[in-house]
Design a protein around this ligand. Sequence first.
Ligand code: NAD
Length: 306
Amino acid sequence: MNNKNSIGFIGLGVMGFPMASNLLRAGKKLVVFDINAEQAARLPYQERVTIASSKEELAKQVDMVLLMLPNSPHVKEAVTGEGGLIESLPAGALLIDMSSISSTVTKEINKKLEEKNIDMLDAPVSGGQSGAMNGTLTFMVGGKKANYDKALELLQIMGEKIIHCGEVGSGQTVKIVNQLMSAVNLVSMSEGFTLGVKGGVDPEIMREVILNGSGRCWALEDRMPVILDRNFEPGFTIDLHTKDISLALEVGKELQVPLYATSLVHELFKTLQAKGEGGKDNSAVITLYEALAETEVIKRNKAVIQ
Ligand code: NAD
């Protein structure tokens, strides 16, 4: 059965579940698959949900598929592995991979899909779980402009900014650059704030000043408040951010671009993983500095900011 009104959706985790829910809320019909079958059963608007028991069963019912999987091996397995989508999607179908994976693997998958006349877009996102829930994600899209145009209406349901970055793989490249920069910023903020607090300054006052200074960054705006509250529940985990930093290092190696700060930040994140803290929010990287400096970046009672 090829139900042209339905869209395939594979990967209903932290991000995929709310994104699929938003598509259903907008009236779309979905054929879904996740190796954890419980996820599909929890989706809202079940009258518009068809739960497939395999990727093959899903692929036979749709001509557009969205993927939201953890990393390159998962996407490779889902598309070109045994019983993968490539075997059952019809010619002319469009596969949109919203996962954050390697740009090189993306290009390899695209090449294989092209041989079967199946189109592909890479469309990783930023904006986190809250962006996925509120439909305010930013999509970085790589692929032919005609495919971007075809996907736009769907992506606009899940996101606010949908930016065409260039050919296939360029969405993943932009995402990798963003993740590299956000990790480095997080570490620079952790280093600076540990020093400032050890030097006797109230961290809330320091934040207020630097939000108006050249040290301002997303980490300071968004992550410092949770650090001050000592809440390291994810959020975006150390494990996922380490995966993205590893992707940046892989690309750096392929393109022979030295990535000094990224390499150091990678080791810091790996230290947290070695301590068994990979499941914590990425802001927990500050605890490494705090332990060495024997200080804590925490709210003081009733700091007066004038
Ligand atoms: P997740 O681990 O919560 O979800 C992944 C889902 O895929 C799970 O439900 C899992 O059961 C399913 N799955 C795994 N392998 C599968 C397979 N072979 N076939 C079918 N289903 C399979 O991950 P997430 O947090 O939703 O992240 C998904 C992607 O989005 C990652 O690449 C991540 O880096 C990226 N991302 C995450 C965030 C975030 O804040 N969590 C933000 C931006 C981007």
